[in-house]
Write a protein that binds this ligand. Structure first.
Ligand code: PAF
Length: 286
């Protein structure tokens, strides 16, 4: 595996390559990322993984400084997977106006209004930061396709929308959420959980699963169901941001006409903010 830190060196290597598969990450790689790499390898002739903790997608009081940076261990994992290139740029390489303090990225991608709801409501500017860095990375790598995890459902939706609206010649593929044996979605932020919180963290996906079960049992009062489940999580000690039942196609609040649904949740356990979602059919599969 080649490890490349500059845009120029990466472009140099990639100019002779075709059918490039790309997996953008922020590092601290776990089995969920490895699943995305496997998908890329199944479809691509050449696979590029990027590791870049993108300052533009973090709010002022978020965990940018503490975000786990584990480059050596990440390199070993990618080597073992036989990835072709790891692109690990510096902040300067991706933000040419960076002066050591401010990014000075005055041109950004303004994503559609979906970026303002759910996680976008509690993390203002987050999806602008994600869309902007992903567009930069797409311009640099020029992949045929890129793979993103379904755990970040809203992010995946916004990126698919960006690719469509900007006519980018890139196919977006989605990798299923990889879970611990108890059902907890793998996430770099799970590392923030204390030993006591770790077994408790599965309560989030269990709460979302209970929404699916209730809907399959015939409950149609989606708003009440959302607030009931939020209340249950609150009683278990979570600070709930949202539990929301949406159309999986539009991300608008689900109506009884929607067949493909997604229930999304975001909540804090102690100081750790976790997100998860389950996609499902309103009618149980027979
Ligand atoms: O999902 C992530 O790890 C990040 O949001 C991404 C897509 C790599 C952009 O920084």
């Amino acid at each position: 595996m080649q490890i490349i830190h500059t845009v120029e060196a990466l472009r140099d290597v990639l100019q002779t390559k075709s059918n490039i598969g790309f997996v953008p990450t922020m590092g601290n790689l776990h089995a969920g990322h490895m699943h995305l790499v496997q998908i890329a390898q199944q479809h691509a002739s050449f696979v590029v993984v990027s590791i870049f903790v993108n300052p533009l997608q973090f709010g002022a009081h978020e965990d940018l400084a503490n975000y786990p940076r584990t480059l050596v261990a990440d390199c070993e994992k990618l080597e073992q997977m036989d990835v072709d290139i790891l692109f690990a740029p510096t902040v300067n390489a991706l933000y040419p106006n960076y002066d050591g303090v401010e990014l000075n990225q005055s041109m950004t991608v303004e994503p559609s209004p979906i970026a303002q709801i759910l996680c976008g409501a509690s993390r203002p500017g987050h999806f602008m930061g994600v869309a902007t860095i992903v567009l930069k990375l797409f311009n640099i790598v020029q992949p045929s396709f890129a793979v993103f995890g379904q755990k970040d459902f809203q992010q995946l939706f916004i990126i698919q929308d960006m690719v469509r609206q900007f006519n980018l010649p890139i196919t977006i593929m989605a990798g299923e959420t990889v879970r611990e044996s108890n059902g907890l979605a793998m996430s770099s932020r799970n590392g923030y959980l204390s030993d006591a919180e770790k077994p408790q963290a599965v309560q989030l996906v269990n709460a979302l699963q209970s929404v699916v079960t209730f809907i399959h049992q015939g409950r149609q009062d989606y708003a009440t169901l959302e607030s009931d489940v939020q209340q249950q999580l609150t009683q278990l000690g979570w600070q709930v941001d949202y539990v929301s039942i949406r159309s999986a196609h539009t991300m608008m609040p689900a109506t009884h006409l929607d067949e493909q649904l997604v229930v999304l949740g975001a909540a804090k356990l102690g100081n750790t903010r976790l997100i998860d979602n389950i996609q499902f059919c309103a009618k149980p599969l027979k």
